[in-house]
Design a protein around this ligand. Structure first.
Ligand SMILES: Cc1cc2nc3c(=O)[nH]c(=O)nc-3n(C[C@H](O)[C@H](O)[C@H](O)COP(=O)(O)OP(=O)(O)OC[C@H]3O[C@@H](n4cnc5c(N)ncnc54)[C@H](O)[C@@H]3O)c2cc1C
Length: 283
């Protein structure tokens, strides 16, 4: 196998398709069996739109779901839904990764020339590589609750809340929502709860030997704004590197400063907003 990609979110799925455009085969693992029911990124910059057009995928089904479906159907991409990356074995040539196929209850060892960690903000690949995040000091904990209410149109809504360290976010998000929205909340279907802080972290390095980070595994800006465009641009640059068109070091040299510049823009715009219980507004 040439490239093993962990994560079939927008970054990993797009990377697989971009590699395929260069004629490079890949295997993509994702612990989830389907794309998440979250709102789509509202903003994509012109280069990202051009890159997405180049691979010729119909995005009318939504960015995440469309890219994942296109990757699943591509002959140069082997998508493994329901497979969780759990760790790395001592390297020889390239990488040896361990993955668990949950449905079958089978553990696999996969060998590849290169590994791309596209497994999102809480990246297991990043942790296995021992790459720390470089964030702003004194981060304040927040959570975003994505929900739909009965009787409304089916628009997904989000409330962002500043939370205390001990708040039972994952166990009782409905109570937090009710505190934020009060009477405005009808019976709610909780779609997702994302915990984050306003440190705007960027990985201290994007590469360890044959292993690379891309997308939210490498930079995690919440509330997200430029993340999707940065992630698509990461994948374009990484595909060119893994296809042998540019030097391995050129990926980090180009992409890490881009994330740091985006962080500076967010910081200077005071973009990180907080909504307190009682004043939460749908986003
Ligand atoms: C709710 C929400 C709203 C957003 N809105 C915007 C916006 O308006 N504008 C914008 O620019 N960006 C936005 N973003 C960010 C944008 O969607 C991301 O940049 C984009 O999702 C790329 O993320 P990713 O593929 O790197 O990570 P993710 O989308 O998080 O995908 C990571 C994938 O890795 C898989 N995975 C994780 N761990 C493992 C493991 N151990 N083994 C196997 N698979 C694993 C996960 O199942 C997931 O499918 C938003 C993100 C979210 C979550």
């Amino acid at each position: 196998m040439t490239v093993l990609i962990v994560g079939a979110g927008p970054t990993g799925a797009f990377l697989a398709l971009e590699l395929a455009r260069h004629g490079v085969p890949s295997v993509v693992l994702d612990r989830a069996t389907a794309a998440p029911a979250r709102p789509e990124p509202a903003l994509l910059d012109d280069p990202s739109v051009a890159a997405l057009r180049r691979i010729g995928v119909d995005l009318s089904g939504g960015l995440a779901a469309s890219l994942r479906a296109a990757a699943a159907g591509h002959p140069l991409v082997g998508l493994r839904p329901g497979w969780t990356f759990t760790g790395l074995l001592a390297p020889g040539e390239g990488v040896r990764a361990v993955a668990l196929d949950r449905a079958a209850g089978v553990r696999h060892v996969l060998e590849a020339r290169y590994l791309a960690g596209c497994d999102g903000a809480r990246s297991t690949v990043r942790q296995c590589l021992g790459i720390p995040l470089d964030g702003l000091p004194d981060p304040v904990p927040h959570c975003s609750i994505y929900y739909r209410t009965a009787g409304q149109d089916q628009t997904v809504q989000v409330v962002r809340l500043r939370v205390a360290a001990g708040d039972a976010i994952p166990t009782d998000p409905v109570a937090l929502l009710r505190a934020a929205l009060g009477d405005r909340l009808a019976a709610a279907e909780i779609l997702d709860v994302v915990q984050w802080d306003d440190a705007l972290p960027v990985a201290t390095t994007y590469r360890r030997g044959p292993a690379f980070l891309a997308g939210e595994a490498a930079h995690w800006f919440s509330p997200p704004s430029e993340d999707a465009s940065l992630s698509i641009a990461d994948a374009v640059a990484l595909a060119a590197v893994l296809a042998g068109h540019t030097a391995l070091d050129s990926y980090e040299d180009a992409r890490r400063p881009a994330a740091c510049r985006a962080r500076d823009r967010l910081k200077s715009r005071d973009h990180v907003m907080t909504e307190h219980p009682g004043s939460g507004q749908p986003w």
